[in-house]
Each structure stands twice: as structure tokens, then as C-alpha cells.
Design a protein around this ligand. Structure first.
Ligand SMILES: Cc1cc2nc3c(=O)[nH]c(=O)nc-3n(C[C@H](O)[C@H](O)[C@H](O)COP(=O)(O)OP(=O)(O)OC[C@H]3O[C@@H](n4cnc5c(N)ncnc54)[C@H](O)[C@@H]3O)c2cc1C
Length: 456
């Protein structure tokens, strides 16, 4: 049977664009459909615009810190519309590059919503057109949820809208305790907003190493970010040009904006997946095997829609494995082990490998090395900020199982530590590495004193 294309990709985010581009580069006939903007979550409403805001929010502390180094600055003024306009210009440029990446390799682009009609047929909703393909790739990503326990979710922002606010809110309530909520709490705090974080659990950052969770939580409180734990929104309603939030703990908060960062779900609505035999998990995520193949033989799924590890580099890695498997005759399963990740709070978190708790859960006997200190820079600024570094080591074979950093440039440091861990580095090899001085990172190779030994 002949098909219109060898590959049809649904969704032009990090996963879809990389797959389309690489498959087309092998000579395959490729088409891709996108019903919003090219680039997807990461480029348009995720990692990239967020990082611009993170950079913007850092300046307030930098200006304060400069005084200890002899600088006298005039009154600083922050202009939100300038940041948004400059950010939008750069995002538009990147969007163009993503399009070119596909078209340069003769991939065909459809600016349309695609649904599945059968195992080999995609339907373009606006064009009202059916297209056939030998292989179909679902790379539709995910979206932020709005379901609060009570009414009013629709009057809240999610991370999608927050990048387009017309003005900087003077006060904001953020719901959530995961990395997106925490990053925005620091972004708005750094820009001068009064920030309250409402989280249903007793401690932020569920699933991360306990020491990191404690360090970040303490640091946020010290900065003046108000934390309301063990509670959720009972309701939210507009009140004039403000929003009125009532929590289940009985607090009433009147603020300029409310941001929900309470989770994300896969974009599968309307794709008619189950009708054609594609199995989905309880959150709607497409269930795939180790090669990203769905329960329908010629249909694959990668990226956030599979709910495996919702990070851009993981989506890109899965894309490259998919192309190798299907178009380069080299079955390659994505490797989800030892994925380093960062949280762009102030200071940052960088983490790779197992937390102390995970290592014990997986049956490792461990030695824990950790240190907490004031970074040298703050000896002159007087800022009361601690850096935390921690290594979780297998006490049987000396392998470093996890590295957890809370401090300036943690994201940059942990990327390199990840290489060592991927190579199976032992604590003795960390110790044998000569330090770069004076740096923060040198502490990673000079932690000699065992803090604790634990058995599972
Ligand atoms: C605020 C925020 C910050 C983040 N920060 C980071 C970070 O710092 N580092 C990191 O690694 N990750 C970060 N992420 C996660 C990262 O953005 C995602 O993991 C990544 O974008 C997933 O890529 P994807 O291709 O799977 O999905 P997406 O990028 O979401 O792309 C899916 C695309 O499919 C399109 N689509 C959906 N349905 C259809 C359809 N039926 N027809 C046509 N098109 C369709 C969508 O419009 C979208 O463009 C962040 C996410 C958010 C929300």
C-alpha cells in the first residue's frame, strides 16, 4: 500500500520538530501538523520565556549585592512591558528557526489541528482533509490544569497566560509546590511582587531530596515569600480588578493575580486515540513500550504526551531514539536514567540521580556527604544565604548515586556532574579530582567527612 507520507508528526514542540527534522534528513517523506505556534511549550510558553524572566528577576538581588562591593546605584526601576516585548521578539525569532529546521529538510508543514481517523490516516480539522502515512508520531505535549477544589479556576492564570500579562502584578498568589510554581514564586518576588505560595502538602518539592526541600523552603521564607502549606483553594472569584481567593484553611486573600501551577496533563482530547486502539494511562498519557511504540503497531508517541519524564531534553532524546529505531534500522530505547535537572529558583537547585530516600528505597546501603556554607561572594554582600551540596554514595561499591546542589549556578554544575555519574564515577574518583579554587564547585570534590551511613 502506498501512503502520502512515510511519517506524519502531530505536534511541533521539542519532540515533534526534532523527529520531523531528523526523519526528513534520512530522506523520508515527512509532514508535521501544529495547531498553535511552532516550538511548543518549551519555546513558546515554557523553558525559554521562563528563563528570560528568571534572568530579569535576578537583577534586584544583584543590585543589592553590588553595594557590598563598593557600587552606588541610582534608584532601580523595572519596566515589565519592555521585558515582555523583548522576550516576545526573541520567541518569534526562535519560532521561525523551528519552522525552518523542518522546511529546510523538505518536511511539509500544516498549520492545523490533526486528529486520528484510523491507524494510517490523519484528519486535518480546518482543512477538512485526510492524509495517510506509514508511521504516525503523536507528540502533542501537555497543558496546565485548572481544576481547583472549588469554583473559579477560570479566573486564574496558568503558566500559559502568565507570559502575556500586561502589567506586573503587585501581589500574586501561586498555587502549587512543584518546580513551575516555585520558579514563578521567585520570578515575581525578584521583580518586586508580594508573593504567597499555597501548597496542599506539608513541604514543597515532593519527590526531591529532603535536604533540598528543606533548604529551599527555609530560603523562601527568609526572603519573604509567604508559604501557606497543607491547604488548597476553596474558591477564587474576581472582585473589581482584583481576585479573591479563599483557602480551605479559612484564609481570605485579595490579590492582583492568581497563578495555578498545580499540574499538567497530556494533550489527547479529541484525538480519538482509544477508538483506534491506542491505550492510555489514567492521566490520559499514551502508553508506549521501550521503543516509544503505542499499542497500535505503526503509531508511536514521545515527549510529554507519554508522561515519562516531562523535560525538553528528554523529549528531544526520545525523538532521536524514535528516528534511529524507525528510519535508521537501529532499534534504540530512550535512556531515562540519571537525567540531571534544574529548578531556577534563587538560588537554584541542580540535581541528578537518587535522593537519599530513593537510594534507601532501592535497597542501597549509603554514605551521605554534605556541606552547607555561605558562598564566598556573600562574605562582602552580607546576604544571609546558604549553599548546600550533597553526595549520596553506595557504601558497597563507592559509586556516587546522586548529587544534589542548592546554590548559585547549581544548574550549570549539575550538568557536568551528570557526565561523571553516567560514567559510573566513584566517591574516590571525586576525591582524586583536584579542585578549581576559589569556586563553589570545588566543594564537590573536597567533601571528605561522612555525614551519615544508612542501611535500607
Ligand atoms: C512553565 C514551564 C516551564 C518549563 N521549564 C522547563 C525547563 O526549564 N527545562 C525543561 O527541560 N523543561 C521545562 N518544561 C517542560 C518542557 O517544556 C516540556 O517537557 C517540553 O516542551 C515537551 O515537549 P513536547 O514536544 O513533548 O510537547 P510540547 O512542547 O508541548 O509540544 C506539543 C505541541 O503539539 C501541539 N498539539 C497538541 N495537540 C495537537 C493536535 N491535535 N494537532 C496539532 N498540534 C497539536 C501543541 O500545540 C504543541 O505545540 C517547562 C514547562 C513549562 C510549562
Amino acid at each position: 500500500m502506498s501512503y502520502d507520507y512515510d511519517l506524519f508528526v502531530i505536534g511541533a514542540g521539542s519532540a515533534g520538530v526534532r523527529s520531523a527534522r531528523m526523519a526528513a534528513a534520512t530522506g523520508a517523506r515527512v509532514a508535521i501538523a501544529e495547531d498553535d505556534r511552532f516550538g511548543g511549550t518549551c519555546v513558546i510558553r515554557g523553558c525559554v520565556p521562563k528563563k528570560f524572566m528568571v534572568y530579569a528577576s535576578h537583577f534586584s538581588e544583584t543590585f543589592e549585592d553590588a553595594v557590598g562591593y563598593g557600587w552606588t546605584l541610582g534608584e532601580a526601576h523595572f519596566d515589565w512591558p519592555t521585558l515582555i516585548a523583548n522576550k516576545d521578539k526573541e520567541i518569534a525569532r526562535l519560532e521561525g528557526l523551528y519552522r525552518q529546521a523542518v522546511s529546510r529538510h523538505n518536511g511539509e508543514i500544516f498549520d492545523d489541528r490533526a486528529t486520528l481517523k484510523d491507524a494510517h490516516t490523519v484528519h486535518l480539522v480546518n482543512a477538512k482533509r485526510d492524509i495517510t502515512a506509514k508511521t504516525i508520531l503523536i507528540a502533542t505535549g501537555g497543558h496546565s490544569v485548572r481544576d481547583i477544589d472549588g469554583p473559579g479556576g477560570e479566573c486564574c492564570l496558568t503558566s500559559t497566560e502568565v507570559f502575556h500579562l500586561e502589567k506586573l502584578p503587585k501581589s500574586i498568589v501561586i498555587a502549587g509546590g512543584g518546580y513551575i510554581a516555585l520558579e514563578f514564586a521567585h520570578i515575581f518576588h525578584g521583580m518586586g511582587s508580594e508573593v504567597t505560595l499555597v501548597y496542599r502538602g506539608p513541604k514543597i518539592l515532593r519527590g526531591f531530596d529532603e535536604d533540598l526541600r528543606d533548604a529551599l523552603q527555609e530560603s523562601m521564607q527568609k526572603k519573604g515569600i509567604r508559604l501557606m502549606l497543607n491547604t488548597t483553594f476553596a474558591s477564587c472569584r474576581p472582585e473589581g480588578d482584583k481576585k479573591h481567593v479563599v483557602t480551605h484553611s479559612g484564609e481570605s486573600l485579595i490579590v492582583d493575580e492568581v497563578l495555578l501551577a498545580i499540574g499538567r496533563r497530556p494533550n489527547v482530547a479529541g484525538l480519538d486515540l482509544e477508538e483506534i486502539g491506542i491505550k492510555c494511562g489514567i492521566n490520559g498519557n499514551v502508553i508506549v513500550d521501550e521503543y516509544s511504540r503505542s499499542s497500535v503497531e505503526n503509531i508511536y508517541a514521545i515527549g510529554d504526551v507519554t508522561g515519562r519524564k516531562e523535560l525538553t531534553p528528554v523529549a528531544i532524546h526520545e525523538a532521536m531514539c524514535f528516528v534511529k529505531t524507525v528510519f535508521e534500522d537501529t532499534p534504540t530505547a530512550p535512556d531515562h536514567e540519571l537525567v540531571a535537572t534544574a529548578i531556577f529558583t534563587q538560588p537554584e537547585i541542580g540535581t541528578v540521580g537518587m535522593s537519599e530516600e530513593k537510594a534507601l528505597e532501592f535497597g542501597h546501603s549509603i554514605d551521605v556527604y554534605k556541606t552547607s556554607f555561605q558562598p564566598l561572594k556573600h562574605a562582602l554582600t552580607g546576604r544571609d544565604e546558604q549553599t548546600l551540596m550533597k553526595l549520596v554514595v553506595d557504601s558497597v561499591n563507592d559509586r556516587v548515586l546522586g548529587c544534589h546542589i542548592f546554590g548559585p549556578e547549581a544548574s550549570e554544575m549539575v550538568q557536568l556532574v551528570a557526565v561523571a555519574l553516567k560514567m559510573g564515577a566513584t566517591k574516590a574518583q571525586f576525591d582524586a579530582t583536584i579542585a578549581v579554587h576559589p569556586t563553589t564547585a570545588e566543594e564537590l570534590v573536597t567533601m571528605r567527612r561522612k555525614f551519615a551511613s544508612r542501611a535500607p
